[in-house]
Design a protein around this ligand. Structure first.
Ligand code: UDP
Ligand code: MG
Length: 311
């Protein structure tokens, strides 16, 4: 019989853990009762270096119920790394990753298991409405997915990190050593038979988002530069276009000087292109720098997470 393990990254989630664990344990009990998953099924909470009581709550849950396990990372490494730590360590035939705030509808999990039984090795949870997210979040997310598509990144719109992975695919994921993690871009690269389960995304029931705008932007930049070299090609194209443009401009200036009485082009036509070109150059230096810094991080091969304690 299938052994299920629910992997839940937690960063400062003291407000939600009691409720989350109750609901997840109830779900597990129901699934075990129905004979859909084995008695050995577990929940693995990954404490991503929280500063609040998260770890002591996880330890207490573990003491109360053997079905609750925990991994404590030595410091905060961000959602993606915490999730990876969980996936790389959790036992079981099938791992389902979900957020601690249960914004992902856990009733989708039985449906995911059904797809697994039908042969899917990866099941993507896709939200089909985002009514509970702010307009800003929905708007930026939608356009970001479009941008990724345009950059040739294979990504499933509306899918975050709520997914089921079979043991086989988790082992395949182990072979991706990248330090700049953007899991939802890597998983489709694994291949394997996959399926989609739709669900409605609820609101965070307590606490506040652990993803401030700055983290969101860094994550967004990561997503593009980890999978697409299109911005680099742009710099070549725009550079070539501007160079060609200025050549034409120069030719016109020479022509005007030699064969017409037109006044010599003055201040504006000299200074504006200078600032403009300076701006474009800096912009693309930044883009190139972004890629170099990633290469730098990758070559150092530093560990993506360090586990301090396991329960
Ligand atoms: N999270 C984490 N490390 C971090 C930030 C967030 O493990 O540095 C976890 C968090 O505890 C939650 C999940 O990632 O389980 C998603 O975070 P959140 O709900 O705050 O993001 P949002 O839903 O607002 O995008
Ligand atoms: Mg959330």
């Amino acid at each position: 019989m299938t052994t299920l393990n629910l992997v839940v990254p937690c960063y400062n989630e003291e407000e939600v853990l009691a409720e989350t664990s109750t609901r997840l344990l109830a779900l597990l009990a129901r699934l075990i009762e129905a004979g859909e998953v084995s008695e050995q099924s577990r929940i693995t909470f990954v404490d991503d270096g929280s500063r609040d009581r998260t770890w002591s709550i996880i330890a207490a849950l573990h003491a109360q119920n053997a079905r609750c396990g925990g991994i404590k990372l030595s410091r905060n490494r961000g959602h993606q790394n915490a999730l990876l730590a969980g996936l790389m360590t959790a036992q079981g035939d099938v791992l389902v990753s979900l957020d601690a705030d249960l914004q992902d509808d856990i009733e989708a999990i039985p449906r995911m298991l059904e797809q697994y039984r039908l042969g899917a090795e990866i099941v993507f949870g896709v939200r089909h409405k985002r009514n509970t997210d702010t307009f800003f979040k929905r708007f930026t997310a939608r356009n970001y997915y479009r941008l990724l598509k345009a950059f040739g990144v294979d990504i499933l719109p509306g899918h975050a990190d709520f997914r089921l992975m079979s043991r086989k695919t988790v082992e395949a994921l182990r072979q991706f050593p990248e330090v700049n993690l953007f899991l939802r871009g890597i998983i489709p690269l694994l291949g394997f038979k996959s399926a989609i389960v739709e669900y409605e995304r609820g609101a965070r029931f307590a606490g506040e988002s652990k993803y401030p705008l700055s983290k969101m932007l860094a994550f967004a930049f990561d997503g593009i530069t980890s999978f697409s070299a299109v911005p680099l090609q742009w710099s070549t194209r725009i550079g070539a276009l501007l160079a060609f443009g200025s050549l034409c401009f120069g030719a016109w200036a020479a022509f005007a000087r030699l064969f017409t009485d037109l006044t010599v082009p003055g201040w504006a036509s000299t200074v504006i292109p200078m600032y403009f070109l300076g701006g474009v150059q800096l912009l693309f230096l930044g883009v190139i720098g972004g890629y170099i810094s990633k290469t730098y991080a990758e070559t150092k091969q530093r560990p993506r997470f360090i586990i301090e304690q396991t329960l």
